[in-house]
Structures are given as C-alpha cells and as structure tokens.
Design a protein around this ligand. Structure first.
Ligand SMILES: Cc1cc2nc3c(=O)[nH]c(=O)nc-3n(C[C@H](O)[C@H](O)[C@H](O)COP(=O)(O)O)c2cc1C
Length: 230
C-alpha cells in the first residue's frame, strides 16, 4: 500500500514537471517569434494576420529579400530627408535588404526658412545653381565595401537636392550598382535621375522611381524585388 502511494506520488510529480516544461515552452515561444510577427505585421499593413500566418509571411519576405540583396552584394541605403517623408521609405528599404542605413546631413542644417520654397530661400537658390554643392556633415567610412548604393531623396524644384550631387561626387562609385528613389508632393521623377547618373558614368545605374509621400513598406519591398532582380 505504502509503495503504491509512493509510486502514485512519483507519477504525479513526473506529470507536473512535464506540464511545467510544456507551459514554459509555450510562454517563451511568443517572445522568440515576437520580433518576426511584429515586423511582418508592420510589413503587411493590409494584413490582420494571426501570428502563424504573419510568421510565414515574414519568412517569405526575408527569403525573397535575401535573394534580391544577395544578388546585388553588400548594400548601403543613403538618404537625405529634410522634412521626414523620405526617411521611413529609406528605412523600409534598408530593413528589407539587411543593408546599412546612412543619413546624409548638411554641414549647415536647413532651417525651416531655408526650405520655404518660392521665397528665394537657400534651397531655391541652390536648386537654381547647377554648381551648388552644399557640404555634408556625415561620412561613409568604408564605401569601398559596398557593391550597391541606394540613394533616397526628396524632389526639390523638379530634381534632387544639390546635396545629393555633393554625395555622388564625394566618393568613387566606379563599378558599383547605383539606384535612386525619391518622394515628392506631386512632381514625377522627371530629369532627376538622369542628372544624377551623369555625375557617375562609370557605375551601373538601375531604374529610379518616384514614390508618393506615405508609400507603404510593402510597396517599397515589391519595387526592390523587381528592380534588384538580376
Ligand atoms: C525646397 C523644396 C522644393 C520642393 N519642390 C518640389 C517640387 O518641385 N515638386 C514636388 O512635387 N514637391 C516639391 N517639394 C516637396 C517635397 O518634394 C516633398 O515634400 C518631399 O516628400 C520632402 O521629402 P523629405 O520630407 O524627405 O525632405 C519641395 C520641397 C522643398 C522643401
């Protein structure tokens, strides 16, 4: 009788420890997949996915992102964004491609007055002057390491801000793959990309694109998949 009681106690203890182990697993699991779920849900704005389908979407995204980024080597996403519209799009691109994100900032920062366009402000004057090259405060230390450089910028008076020309003339981009994209209130890409391409003729230029303000992460990812495909 005593041994039966001892056996039942042991059996109960074994059952309880097994149960505890299982519940530990399930509580650690959401933490482990939490980042993937969070990123894939935000990657897919229209998807109110459950955690499992969100995770599989994330896996799909990252595997295709890997194929695009792998085919283009180590990638830098450099952006200039004075009022913050271009910045999130550059971040989406860098995150998707597992690329380095670099902010191009002006040595003399653009104040609100400087960008009050059509008031003969600093930006107006720079854009009128083909030779204007506003100095950049930040430096890419290891540009040699990058195979692909994506440059994101706003449209200022129909073209890229002159600081983008400063950036393109500041490094040797020979042999690299270059790609630009921009945001604007309404203007199309126009001559913007062509003018930039003339500054670095020894690079391989991929087709640039203009995006509306507030473009989704998903749209940026789809475009990258398309444009970076070999
Ligand atoms: C000086 C200046 C000139 C601009 N010129 C144009 C233009 O020609 N066409 C247009 O559609 N938007 C123009 N815009 C609006 C910007 O392109 C748009 O707001 C852009 O998304 C800003 O990007 P950012 O917030 O990353 O700086 C201009 C903005 C500024 C400050």
């Amino acid at each position: 009788m005593k041994s039966l009681a001892l056996f039942s106690t042991l059996l109960l203890a074994l059952f309880l420890s097994l149960f505890a182990a299982c519940s530990d697993d399930s509580s650690s699991s959401p933490t482990g997949t939490g980042e993937a779920v969070e990123s894939s849900v935000s990657q897919d704005g229209k998807n109110s996915a459950t955690s499992s389908s969100a995770t599989s979407k994330d896996e799909t995204s990252s595997s295709s992102a890997t194929s695009a980024s792998k085919s283009r080597g180590k990638t830098l996403v450099a952006y200039f964004s004075r009022t913050g519209n271009t910045k999130p799009l550059a971040e989406y691109a860098a995150e998707y491609l597992d690329a380095t994100l670099f902010e191009i900032t002006a040595k003399i920062p653009y104040t609100d007055e400087d960008i009050a366009y059509y008031t003969d402000c600093r930006a107006d004057r720079e854009q009128k002057d083909e030779s204007a090259r506003p100095e950049i405060a930040t430096v890419v230390k290891n540009m040699d390491e990058y195979d692909t450089v994506i440059i994101a910028h706003p449209i200022w008076h129909g073209i890229a801000p002159r600081i983008i020309s400063t950036f393109l003339e500041g490094y040797d981009f020979s042999g690299k793959t270059l790609l630009t994209f921009c945001t604007s209130a309404s203007s199309p890409l126009g001559q913007s990309a062509k003018l930039l391409q003339e500054l670095t003729p020894n690079s391989t230029w991929l087709e640039s694109k203009r995006f509306a303000i507030g473009t989704s992460r998903e749209e940026i990812e789809e475009w990258l998949e398309d444009v970076l495909r070999p």
